[in-house]
Write a protein that binds this ligand. Structure first.
Ligand code: HEC
Length: 330
């Protein structure tokens, strides 16, 4: 029998007796909002076991990876993968989702599962003091559990959660860093570690100075937009490579040449959006990347090269991603 969102909220309350008055108020508000939101999802599967602060490694759920609890109701992880990922979030009892990467948020999918989406992106080079305070305010003000994610859920979301837990006085810097290691943060992201070390407990008055518009979708730069699109096509080409440079059986909809063509285009248009002059090396590098990908596309379409030869080209392209990021991004 279908249940209403309010009933679902009540089920959660019964299931989790430690709920605070704040949570109760939030659930009632959400229940009321559900009555006026036509697209809210009214039925979810049975509850899933929530991640625990004592977990020594990330948890995996359908469509949801790298899930690590920093406190009982503040979690970090990877971007939810389509409806299955959002369904897992709903079954875990999550009420707020915060994305800190540059990809467009799937707001409709979140709303269908009764989740509020907030988008406050930051780069791999760190989180400035303003953004740290905004993120801490989201974590403080909006209903929890909250799930904070970036694309892979290892680096940026870990730093965002760790810094806000320090700012809100929930974790010491050392304990926050220990959880970042469980998330799998790589040592090379020094700016992300620094953001956590720069964090200090803030009082209510300071927290209230942070913007509270909580946007469901933030505008990102043309370069970030290009990179998000490049990353998307890059992952698709990885599937194609794994399948021996053929259409992968688990992704039958992929058109390999089209993916390569799109990746090349994004490098070219990405280069065009950069300010001329001051960033000439970066622009030239983007253009070289365009040529490399376009050449791989041409070789693939011509069908004259072996899988190993195509893979060697693809390896050079991925090395290029790493080298440029080491110099210009991280
Ligand atoms: C010529 C330099 C260069 C190359 C080559 C390059 N990138 Fe980037 N990439 C950048 C820069 C610079 C940024 C940071 C942009 C910003 O935050 O303003 C970035 C950011 C990103 C991001 C983060 C987007 C976000 O959510 O904020 C991803 C993902 C990414 N690149 C993937 C890739 C992949 C995959 C490749 C290779 C196929 C690649 N990049 C090649 C320069 C490069």
């Amino acid at each position: 029998m279908p249940t209403t969102a309010t009933q679902h909220g009540l089920r959660r309350l019964i299931a989790r007796p430690l709920v605070t008055l704040g949570h109760l108020g939030a659930l009632v508000l959400i229940g009321l909002a559900a009555c006026t939101q036509p697209n809210i999802r009214t039925e979810v599967g049975p509850p899933l076991a929530q991640p625990q602060v004592t977990d020594a490694k990330p948890r995996e759920y359908p469509g949801l990876h790298q899930v690590v609890a920093y406190t009982p109701d503040i979690w970090s992880g990877a971007a939810p993968e389509g409806p299955a990922g959002f369904e897992s979030l709903a079954r875990l009892g999550v009420l707020t989702v915060l994305s800190v990467d540059g990809a467009a948020t799937e707001v409709d999918e979140a709303n269908r599962h009764g989740l509020r989406y907030v988008h406050l992106p930051h780069g791999y080079d760190g989180i400035d003091a303003f953004r740290r305070l905004e993120i801490a305010r989201v974590v403080h003000d909006l209903p929890r559990p909250i799930y904070v994610h970036c694309h892979h859920g290892k680096h940026r979301s870990a730093a965002a959660v760790a810094s806000s837990c320090v700012a809100l006085g929930y974790l010491s810097i050392a304990d926050a860093e220990a959880r970042m290691h469980v998330s799998g943060i790589a040592a090379q992201y020094k700016g992300l570690f620094q953001a956590v070390r720069d964090s200090k407990p803030v009082d209510e008055a300071t927290l209230k100075t942070a913007d509270a518009s909580f946007p469901a979708q933030s505008k990102v730069s043309d370069m970030v937009e290009a990179m998000v699109a490049i990353d998307f096509t890059f992952e698709n080409v990885q599937h194609v490579e794994k399948a021996g440079w053929k259409v992968p059986s688990d992704h039958p909809d992929l058109v390999p040449a089209a993916e390569l063509g799109r990746m090349a285009d994004h490098f070219r248009t990405g280069a065009d959006t950069l300010p001329k002059g001051e960033q000439q090396e970066l622009i030239d590098w983007m253009k070289r990347s365009y040529t490399q990908v376009a050449e791989l596309e041409a070789a693939f379409v011509a069908g004259t090269e072996s899988g190993d030869q195509l893979s060697a080209r693809f390896k050079a392209i991925s090395q290029n991603c790493k080298d440029c990021h080491a110099k210009y991004r991280n």
